[in-house]
Design a protein around this ligand. Structure first.
Ligand code: PAF
Length: 297
């Protein structure tokens, strides 16, 4: 087990484990609350770590943050090579976060025999919306989440609501396969102008960033329409209209109101919570964002 940058151990900073052996040596006996990331740590991730630390205060044990850009969840032509890899900056960002341990393995450590032959099929939930546009994505996510949870001995894992479909896939997998660890969710962290924090925001030019604000505008329109007791069939067009035209074209891959558990589109009889889910393509960047709306409240 090493400390970031090979430095002398500094009290209060998380230890760094770069392979499975170092991880095993660093894991303590108690519960483990795990935050899984692909790095490029931002305040949204730090919110997850803060939530994990609150669980540790109740349950004891360790907070483990994993950093791994998982090749299994990227399709051909996607941004696997371009995805930011900023380990030293991530370790600095995590230093005061309350994490006990950072596990940042290489691909060889995670998949010593190459891509795994056994992968998790996330079922129907993994084939709609993000799963339809990125075939195999959720199988890659479910497989690595399962593997990271097994390696860290997770008793709980904390995920962001920004990736609402990922969260639903993970919840389903844990329930269906009796994996036995708890799943906690943390609300999306946003910039002052409403843009959801994402590691991919750094790909955007200034005018693309302005265009990306179409997405929070659509959520606000959806919420506004819902607050007027309008049925689901009126919210979709209201949200789509609000996408409007920004300084650069923003192409919605999808924008839909869905049941938070199944991701089936909701109808006008739906009462209660729904997710307004959406993905926008701006230039070469895809941004996803999701907002909760209360229908017929
Ligand atoms: O949300 C992410 O960053 C990734 O999909 C995850 C959960 C770390 C799996 O690689």
């Amino acid at each position: 087990m090493r400390r970031p940058g090979g430095a002398e151990p500094r009290p209060g900073r998380p230890a760094l484990a770069s392979d499975l052996g170092e991880l095993r040596a660093a894991l303590g006996p108690g519960p483990r609350t795990v935050v899984m990331t692909m790095g490029a740590i931002h305040q949204g991730h730090l919110d997850l770590v803060a939530a994990a630390a609150r669980h540790r205060a109740q349950d004891g044990g360790q907070v483990v943050v994993t950093i791994f850009v998982n090749p299994l969840q990227f399709g051909p032509g996607e941004d696997f090579d371009a995805y930011p890899r900023t380990l030293q900056a991530d370790l600095e960002a995590l230093a005061p976060s309350g994490a006990d341990l950072v596990y940042a393995p290489s691909a060889e450590d995670m998949y010593p025999d190459g891509p795994p032959r056994a992968v998790i099929d996330p079922g129907p939930l993994g084939r709609v919306f993000e799963g339809a546009i990125r075939p195999g994505h959720f199988a890659g996510v479910a497989t690595v989440v399962c593997k990271l949870a097994a390696r860290t001995g997770a008793t709980r894992a904390v995920f962001g609501q920004k990736d609402a479909q990922q969260l639903a896939v993970v919840r389903q997998m844990v329930a269906d396969l009796d994996l036995g660890w708890q799943v906690s969710a943390v609300p999306t962290r946003r910039e002052a102008d409403g843009l959801a924090l994402s590691s991919r925001n750094r790909y955007l030019t200034a005018s693309q960033r302005q265009a990306a604000l179409a997405r929070p505008r659509a959520s606000a329109a959806g919420r506004h329409t819902a607050a007027q007791q309008a049925p689901a069939s009126q919210e979709r067009p209201a949200a789509r209209r609000a996408l409007g035209r920004g300084p650069e074209p923003a192409f919605p891959d999808y924008l839909e109101l869905v049941d938070p558990a199944t991701f089936d589109p909701v109808d006008d009889q739906w009462r209660g919570r729904a997710w307004l889910i959406g993905a926008l393509k701006i230039g070469r960047t895809r941004l996803i964002d999701n907002a909760e709306v209360a229908l017929g409240a």
